[in-house]
Design a protein around this ligand. Structure first.
Ligand SMILES: *Cc1c(COP(=O)(O)O)cnc(C)c1O
Length: 397
């Protein structure tokens, strides 16, 4: 594909990294399900940890390479490494960029594995110092900086509370102090936000979610400068080994061609449903950055190009088991974790969740995290309405 940077995002989502199969002329890429590749005549000089050229699938492969080209293009990065899951991508980045004695500042609101890595595992095992900081206020970050601070990591919006961090302000502060910044862009997706445009050093993305979009495979990506990506391949992909299956890479690449179209529907549906929920007397709060009363709304308008994503949280006036009972009445929503699926998913996070103390007050009695799918939004609203009504909860239009 030529002049990639002149084409629109939607066109690039279809064409970047895709090419007709050279062996057969098939107009779509083949799946190369091979774990190893034929070696050259004299292989004795080869570097078995190299990722260039096809050696062994843990070093890289055909389908992985095509997906890397596509994701790097969509996030606007120089290069990309795709791995088996979003968490494999997070671990690979942290493993490659951090060493014993380094200090990391990370947001109070992150994916659970990020919290586990920085709050428990790496601090105990590998001597990484960490501070858990409410990154929605850049002053909190400034106050947490130490001479050995190496990395600031956050999500925007944050999973699960949908809090919004000021990417530009964080980058400015970090770079004044020679600190690296990594942003987990899974909730926003590159359709809505491209953190590299704000100067973030590394973007991490769970491809399992919006980019794949069909709820049928897992993958993760790190996007950033070529030299760093090469280092991540050499250190983490080859030697830790979180490589993605070529088939999953192919599925994600296939899913990605419709990603901008799907994402627009996720954005539109979630906003409509958040606005409907906000009007319901039985609903105690709604967290969605597209709502004007959301604390981060103004920043979200600035940082999110086409919409505010497909995830929202809300609470009910009622006791613990009401949340469970309402779920049993839902016909379209499935009670399951994850997000970015065409189908809508809902999960009840109870009041005794270990991280509840880190979330704003209104979350403390328990809440739903809802991943709005791309079904008809009126059907989704009707499904929520009838589930509320089945428990005697009043609804309005
Ligand atoms: C799901 C998720 C991850 C982890 O991705 P997996 O593909 O499930 O490993 C990381 N960050 C965020 C924000 C997520 O929502």
């Amino acid at each position: 594909m030529q002049n990639s940077d002149k084409l629109s995002f939607t066109t690039r989502a279809i064409h970047a990294g895709n090419a007709a199969d050279t062996a057969t002329g098939a107009i779509e890429p083949a799946v190369y399900m091979a774990n190893s590749f034929v070696l050259p005549y004299d292989a004795s000089q080869m570097n078995w940890s190299a990722s260039e050229g096809n050696i062994y699938t843990r070093n890289g492969g055909v389908n992985q390479g095509m997906l890397e080209t596509k994701i790097a293009d969509l996030e606007g990065g120089e290069d990309c490494v795709v791995l088996a899951s979003g968490v494999a991508a997070l671990s690979a980045l942290f493993f490659t960029k951090l060493k014993k004695g380094d200090h990391v500042i990370f947001s109070t609101v992150t994916y659970i594995a990020t919290y586990r890595i920085f709050h428990e595992l790496w601090t105990e095992k590998w001597g990484i110092e960490t501070s858990i900081v409410d990154c929605t206020d850049v002053e909190n970050i400034r106050n947490a900086i130490r001479p050995n601070t190496r990395l600031i990591h956050f999500e925007t919006p944050g999973n699960p509370t949908l809090c919004i961090c000021d990417i530009e302000a964080i980058v400015k502060l970090a770079h004044e102090h020679g600190i690296l910044v990594s942003a987990d862009n899974t909730f926003s997706s590159p359709y809505n936000t491209r953190p590299l445009e704000y100067g973030v050093d590394f973007v991490v993305e769970s491809l399992t979610k919006y980019i794949n979009g069909h709820g049928d495979s897992m993958g993760g990506a790190i996007i950033g400068p070529h030299d760093d990506m090469e280092r991540i391949r050499y250190e983490a992909q080859v030697n830790i080994g979180g490589c993605i299956s070529p088939f999953n890479a192919w599925l994600i690449q296939r899913g990605c061609t419709t990603f901008p179209l799907r994402m627009q529907v996720h954005n539109d549906n979630a906003l409509a449903i958040a606005q409907w929920l906000e009007r319901q007397p039985c609903v105690s709060f709604v967290a969605y950055p597209g709502l004007e009363r959301h604390k981060g709304h103004e920043l979200a308008v600035k940082q999110m190009e086409h919409g505010f994503g497909g995830v929202l949280c809300f609470g009910l006036h009622g006791e613990h088991d009401l949340y469970n009972r309402v779920i049993t009445h839902l016909r379209i929503f499935t009670s399951a974790v994850s997000l970015g699926n065409a189908a809508s998913l809902i999960v009840f996070l109870g009041e005794d969740d270990e991280r509840m103390y880190l979330y704003p007050e209104e979350f403390h009695n328990g809440f739903y995290r809802v991943a709005i799918g791309i079904e008809d939004k009126n059907d989704l609203i009707h499904d929520l309405r009838q589930a509320f009504n089945a428990e005697g909860l009043e609804t309005v239009d």
